[in-house]
Design a protein around this ligand. Structure first.
Ligand code: HH2
Length: 271
């Protein structure tokens, strides 16, 4: 999943793709690099980020979704939003997956996704982006994240969402210390008991900078390590800024793990 942040303030690429033409060009470039899905977001969720009104979020993301479609991009598009009003218009414009980092905090979201029959990513977060990094504590981070995601999945299914349409994400960096993030990635396999494909979003995040001492634009090596271990532990979708590097790392990692014969052509694009 290639990230297209149409925001002035995202932690890694804030402001780079606020202009819709640049965002569309970036999405097309990520498609060329081998993305299977493009994740379009119009509101930063970095710690302390300012909230954005639905109309402004829509003004950011709709021209990009429409622009990608008119440029002939046929990849599935996910809309990274926690607002049902934004998700609804994005789905009409051509998105087919809702990536909700608040796991259905908007009471209309589940019904909307059930009605639309779209894909749905539910992510764990402790607190809100404004407060989540204020001394997050857990007795057992993996157990708490698993219980939260099980509950979110149950709420989605109770609202009519097809269980098969749901992917689950431990929410790396969302109300977690460095050690929590490391433990969640290392023990990611324990979340497979939830029975749904797992998404991992570690790309360029702060814990990588803390460990490597690298600034946000210089965390490619650390990102690859997190993603490769994540895949070895069972992640099936990686949310990344650098698609080509992730794709190549996966080809080699999956060959080593014996999950794919490197002589065979790459499998068809996932949806
Ligand atoms: N992380 C971010 C945003 N959306 N969605 C999922 N499913 N998983 C994640 O880990 C995740 C996410 C934060 O990263 P980014 O979009 O690069 O930054 P910002 O929130 O500042 O725009």
């Amino acid at each position: 999943m290639g990230i297209v942040n149409v925001t002035p303030d995202s932690f890694s690429d804030g402001g780079d793709f606020l202009d819709p033409e640049r965002a569309v060009a970036h999405g097309l470039a990520l498609a060329d690099e081998g993305a299977d899905v493009l994740d379009i977001g119009g509101e930063s969720t970095r710690p302390g980020a300012a909230a954005v009104a639905a109309e402004e979020e829509l003004d950011r993301v709709l021209p990009v979704i429409e622009g990608l479609r008119s440029a002939g991009c046929g990849l599935p598009i996910s809309i990274d939003t926690s607002k049902a009003a934004v998700a609804e218009r994005a789905l009409e414009a051509g998105a087919s997956i809702v990536n909700d980092v608040t796991a259905l905090s908007d009471e209309r979201m589940a019904a909307l996704c059930a009605e639309a029959g779209c894909g749905l990513i539910l992510m764990h977060m402790k607190g809100t982006p404004r407060t989540m990094q204020e001394n997050p504590t857990y007795e057992d981070v993996v157990g708490e994240v698993r219980d939260f995601l099980a509950d979110a999945l149950a709420r989605a299914v109770a609202a009519g969402v097809d269980e098969e349409a749901v992917r689950l994400d431990p929410g790396i960096g969302f109300g977690k210390t460095v050690d929590h993030n490391l433990e969640l990635i290392d023990r990611l396999g324990e979340l497979r008991s939830l029975g749904r494909p797992l998404v991992l979003g570690a790309s360029r995040k702060r814990f990588i900078g803390t460990i490597t001492g690298r600034e946000v634009g210089d965390r490619a090596g650390g990102t690859l390590a997190a993603n490769v271990i994540g895949v070895a532990r069972g992640a099936e979708m990686l949310r990344v800024h650098d698609v080509r590097a992730a794709r190549e790392a996966l080809l080699v990692a999956e060959a080593i793990l014996g999950r794919r014969d490197w002589r065979e052509p790459e499998p068809a694009v996932a949806s």
